[in-house]
Design a binder for this molecule. Sequence first.
Ligand SMILES: [Zn+2]
Ligand SMILES: [Zn+2]
Length: 377
Amino acid sequence: MAKRDFYEVLGVERGASDADLKKAYRRLAMKYHPDRNPGDKAAEDKFKEANEAYEILSDASKRAAYDQYGHAGVDPQMGGGAGAGFGGASFSDIFGDVFSDFFGGGGGGRGGRGGPQRGADLRYTLDLDLEDAVRGTTVTIRVPTLVGCKTCSGSGAKPGTSPVTCTTCGGIGQVRMQQGFFSVQQTCPRCHGSGKMISDPCGTCHGQGRVEEQKTLSVKVPAGVDTGDRIRLTGEGEAGAHGGPAGDLYVVVNVREHDIFQRDGKHLYCEVPISFADAALGGELEVPTLDGRVKLKIPEGTQTGKLFRLRGKGVAPVRGGGAGDLMCRVVVETPVNLDKRQRELLEEFRSSLQGDTSHSPRASGWFEGMKRFFDDL
Ligand SMILES: [Zn+2]
Ligand SMILES: [Zn+2]
């Protein structure tokens, strides 16, 4: 198999800098990596070809030999390697080096290996009354969190001293572990990725650089929020480690049950008891809304369970759109504690209905249904 020119393989000029070589190799390695192209022989070959080219060109003396003598100057066959570019033991080093920035988990977040780490996000459940959720409000909350230590300015070292370079990882924050074919980067177990050791820890934070504190915050709650809505307070989460940025605080809304209203999205529901006489004769009721009482006309012959819709008396949703409606369900109430006179009136009323079903639309329908049911048996 005739070998292609190594510079051609990587797609760079002959005079390319080390950084350009690395960049070109990394792009190809990402593209043709076997993990990304399972079972693809052509990709595997390209991968090997790029590896071989980079292995030679990234080594100054090998590159010089290649520049002078071509493939003959660096042929791994001659050196007794395993062939096809996988010969050199240095392969894993190249691999580890080039891939370290995205294989090695620096604890999340950019900023390099073992560098600053972003603080954790926090969640706070905010219980709100329905009125406050609908109208919006500003509340003061107290959140237990981690803040940067003021004594040591977050360094974790006693004032006047400074952290020293970690002896286990040499300040890199990562250690390299050989796992079969690959070399894998892991967070240094000694310094936990910071690359620094504290010999003389700060007395306030015991070397953590952060201390627990109750933070008092003012939260603006927009009108129309509902249970499950989240309000994000950027940077109000835990302080970052080793000078990293703080996380965010998520305030999660929970709207309390209301004595009168049930909420379903932008609509509100309530039950309004009405007297048996009002239901029969019709009348005007006072019903509650979140903006105060309003009058509601009830036509004569209103049955229990009837829903009356008050347009626009619901909730204006926080994400915009018109306000919902208030649905009032009337419930006819049976009168209790009747005096003698009231009993007489009702008894008289009852006898006036005797044998006449035209005043009872439901009952007459119900009796007919029952009759059909028993006849069918
Ligand atoms: Zn270390
Ligand atoms: Zn401290």
